[in-house]
Design a protein around this ligand. Sequence first.
Ligand SMILES: Cc1ncc(COP(=O)(O)O)c(C=O)c1O
Length: 310
Amino acid sequence: MSHKIEKLHGTKYCPNDEITITAGATEAIYSTIAAFVKEDDEVIIFTPAYDCYDPTIRLHGGKTIFVQLHTPDYSVDWEHVKKVVTHKTKMIIFNTPHNPTGSVWTQKDLKELEKLVKGSDIIVLSDEVYEHIIYDGVAHQSVCKYPDLAAQTMAVFSFGKTFHVTGWKMGYVVGPQALMKEFRKVHQFNVFSCNTPSQLAIAEYLEDENKYNELPNFYQEKRDLFLSAVAGSKFEPLSCQGTYFQLLSYKNICDEKDTDFAIRMTKEFGLASIPISVFYNSHLDEKVLRFCFAKGKETLERAGEILLRL
Ligand SMILES: Cc1ncc(COP(=O)(O)O)c(C=O)c1O
């Protein structure tokens, strides 16, 4: 992992003290929050958000501060973020490429974050599990490219996403030695270690860089196929530059609650999606559904046929 990160982003992490293999990114996120967030600490997250951050923060006595991303491109309002940072802010969690929206952070976003936390004790948790699933020639802005920011960041990655083996529960976290030492105090009594056969298999597979460098083309083809399959339907695609999720707005079709519409589509048409309101603590209903396009050609075409009929 050390070589891979150095080659891709130019930062060297020491395998002994600065990298830990985890039971998926899920355990890396859980153990990072458990290691640093205490009673009454505030943690800033951006919504809509992947669902494990907020419950883990609350489980450890922390208070989640939700910052709404701007629709329709789900960008960050940095002036707003600056206003919610207080002396109680312990951690900022961000995720790029972003689940559920498929938006990606730019160099400017990383620079803004770097400026914001510089000189403070705030710890950053950077969730980069979709680092290799990114499109349209856009470059993934890993925190590892920004040495000042990386000096106070735990960055989380997932082999499950990169190699499509989510059930193997294999991921890793990288961060400066002092933070990693605290992380390992939790990791040790959480899982102790991660299963060796999977680690050996992944280590061998990783030797061929094409296995991850070719992923943008592989998934972009699927995204484009799905988009062309829904072209001409009443659904409106939102911009998706990363992850394997495409958001579709159905505001031109009906004003049914997104949860009800998603359930109805699954039951009546056999097409499953996730309503975006479930990724908001406020359950904000923007009439948008998330579709996973990490599927075979036939499935994507069949999904398109169903969506065209609605
Ligand atoms: C944004 C994000 N972070 C973390 C995870 C968890 O990854 P893992 O399967 O490696 O535990 C997921 C899985 O869906 C995710 O979408």
